[in-house]
Design a protein around this ligand. Sequence first.
Ligand SMILES: *Cc1c(COP(=O)(O)O)cnc(C)c1O
Length: 497
Amino acid sequence: MRYRSTRGGLSGITSAEAIKMGIAPDGGLFVPDENTTIDMNFIESLVNDTYQERAEKILSFFLTDFEKNELAGCVSKAYGENFSTPDIVPLVSLHEHLHMLELWHGPTCAFKDMALQILPHFMVKSIEKTGEKAKIVILVATSGDTGKAALEGFADVDGTHIIVFYPNGGVSEVQRLQMVTQTGENTNAVAVNGNFDDTQSGVKRIFNDEKICELLEAKGYRFSSANSINWGRLVPQIVYYFSAYADLLRKKSIKPGEKINFVVPTGNFGNILAAWYAMSMGLPVNRLICASNENNILTDFIISGTYDRRREFHKTLSPSMDILISSNLERLLYEVSGKDSNLIRSYMNDLGAKGYYSVNNSIREKIQNVFWAGYSNDEETLACIRSVYGDYGYVLDTHTAVAMDVYDKYVIYTGDLSQTVIVSTASPFKFNQSVARALFGSETEGLDEFELLKLLSEKTGWEIPKGLKDLDKKEILHKTVCEKDKMDETVMKILNL
Ligand SMILES: *Cc1c(COP(=O)(O)O)cnc(C)c1O
């Protein structure tokens, strides 16, 4: 399998090269050059497999330049004791046709672990395979979740060093403590006196700073990114859609070939795009339901065909979906346009120059044939957490609650009662303030984040995840604070350049 850029500037690339590069030099995203198809026999062969076996089979379609034993090695390091359940991604049924795919049993309690626990191992292998001698330095700017997941994934992985920058005062106390208590000889977390945009611009400047890159090369280092547009982050996400289907077959909730719905709480369009790739391979899907919060740019796009970023940015209770540029949408447009790079380039130019683009009717219809879109505001999100807890005793985090609420709207609108999987992207304990307030109202007043964790656990009977328990008792290992225009100096100091 070879890869090419969505914008047409590069093709014939191996998966190892695509993973090492992250983004194509023409600004496009790497996509597979050929279509992969599987049949029902293949899906049925997954039914009695472990998650690791399912992962090896599906990854092997895409990472064809990796040996079987190399893939097995990456998989076993990524999905093992670091997850709180041997199932890795349990499928929990709320009623006979509604199921929760829990993607948050990894070390940081959010679904980003599914990709970031395995990406570092792909990266190390990719470096080896492409003859790269340099040690890879990963730079990350984070608004909260990605930073910790990347630190945890790269910690003590040979041949890599990771530096995460987060806005000082701009992340929750739990998120901050998760990062500053990170162990590992090769990890650094740095607070930046500025907001998330300052932090992200700072990281971009360092990537493009020729002087730093030269110094880096002389020392035997090279920059790379763990950004969500890296193919190495997308491909592991395809696995759990097959896994969910195989689990429904095993439970006899569906018959082989029966089409099901997936509801995905969406931000950068990575998770739901992985579902689309699974469907394009032959996974029986009825609808992919794209759930947004008040930053509902994707809802508008799927309904109207116009992607218009000229709108207000909302800070919501589901912060990991507070995004106005859904980068991975570019891959979907490329695929449904019949791989028309010229068209994709013109859309992306319009987005940059005018702030919007409109797709042609054929693309809009192809998207509408598969996707249904809706959104929920904060009030609806909190009400949904309350009602699902009341009905099923099941505790949703704010992101998953957006998905559940949009699903309710979907059922009212369409009357479709197909078997449905809600993709659950975070542990409720990770967003305990909102969840505890939704469920227990005034009882939560005046409590700090750790008291809230305890309250939530005592009242619901759900256990506090290992990664969040005792966070306030762990040693603070990262104390560096830097000014927003001194991030380059901080990197040079850390790496001894
Ligand atoms: C990142 C994230 C999302 C959004 O996923 P995308 O792949 O960016 O669409 C949803 N929920 C949680 C908890 C996340 O961390």
